[in-house]
Design a protein. Structure first.
Length: 321
């Protein structure tokens, strides 16, 4: 098997290895270039590619490629380990269940979403890309009965977010003096729980584009700065469509001092986008629940028809995270 495929196979394996190496290396490039941001969302695919190279090189005894790809594969395993190890806590009677759903300009199937809210006994629901028509459909499906409290503002162009809750809450933002262009659509509420108040922010920064990602990166930096301004002892939840993944330095900066619920639950390679495509399978998690001052009991995703994002949910317990 030593010469199977000859030199062309060796060249092909090295080219694939270098492609995977460059893709994985982009994980550490904090860029405002749109193409870079798009490629960073594909970093997990680089790990798959290097695994294929490693197996192919091993079977055909291309030892230099085997050693190089094996070292890179070990790095990928180390990076992925936190997503499968997890650190969950036992459920309790007073756990807080948070769900977030991107409705894709209000088109998401209301019946499925409300059924998921009931099934997971959701206490707080963050809705992004919501429209007045979508609110009407959700109301007809029974959302107002399950989650009667509402905060946030609507607009026909779906550039606002709202929060629905069964728990009493007070709107903290937006205020008339907001200076950031992202804050008005990312409503912030204080949830009044029996033990403590939890500050929750609906998240939906602008997405990156191939033509440029300056506004996208500025939105992530704005969210990071907001998180840093919150008192250390304040229990905090960020939930929504971050338009960013663990492959983006901007998301990792936001997640510092916080816990990603799906990682804590050991969910592994979570893929929330894109849903409903025939030729492209979901490959990246853009939708997240980040927590601080709460422990993670469990987390998961829910496929909702007529939207390109899966909904995400997390069951949280007041703790010391």
């Amino acid at each position: 098997m030593k010469n199977l495929g000859g030199t062309p196979l060796t060249v092909l394996l090295w080219v694939a290895f270098l492609g995977a190496l460059l893709l994985i290396a982009l994980r550490w490039v904090d860029s405002r270039v749109g193409l870079v941001a798009v490629l960073q969302s594909m970093v997990p695919l680089g790990g798959i590619l290097v695994a294929v190279v490693f197996v192919g090189a091993s079977l055909t005894r291309r030892w230099p490629v085997t050693i190089a790809s094996g070292a890179l594969l070990a790095l990928c395993v180390a990076l992925a380990a936190p997503s499968v190890l997890g650190h969950r806590v036992a459920p309790g009677r007073d756990d807080l269940v948070v769900m977030s759903a991107n409705l894709q300009y209000g088109a998401a199937d209301a019946e499925t979403l409300v059924a998921a809210v009931r099934a997971h006994r959701v206490d707080v629901l963050v809705l992004v890309e919501v429209t007045p028509a979508a609110v009407e459909r959700l109301g007809a499906a029974g959302l107002e009965v399950v989650l009667p409290e509402s905060a946030g503002r609507l607009s026909p162009d779906a550039n606002r977010s709202i929060v629905r809750s069964r728990i009493p809450m007070t709107v903290v933002q937006p205020r008339p003096d907001q200076v950031s262009p992202w804050d008005p659509q990312e409503v912030v509420v204080s949830l009044h729980l029996a033990g403590d108040d939890v500050l929750l922010r609906a998240v939906h920064p602008l997405p990156p584009a191939l033509s440029g990602a300056a506004d996208w990166r500025a939105g992530l930096a704005d969210l990071q700065a907001w998180r840093e301004r919150q008192p250390p002892g304040q229990p905090l939840v960020l939930a929504g469509d971050f338009n960013a993944s663990w492959g983006h330095p901007g998301y990792r900066a936001i997640a510092q001092t916080m816990t990603d619920a799906h990682r804590a639950a050991g969910q592994g390679w979570v893929r929330t986008w894109p849903q409903g495509r025939r030729l492209i399978r979901p490959f990246v998690q853009l939708d997240h629940v980040l927590t601080r001052g709460l422990d993670v009991v469990d987390a998961g995703v829910v496929r909702v028809p007529k939207t390109d994002h899966a909904a995400v949910w997390a069951r949280l317990a007041l703790g010391s995270s």
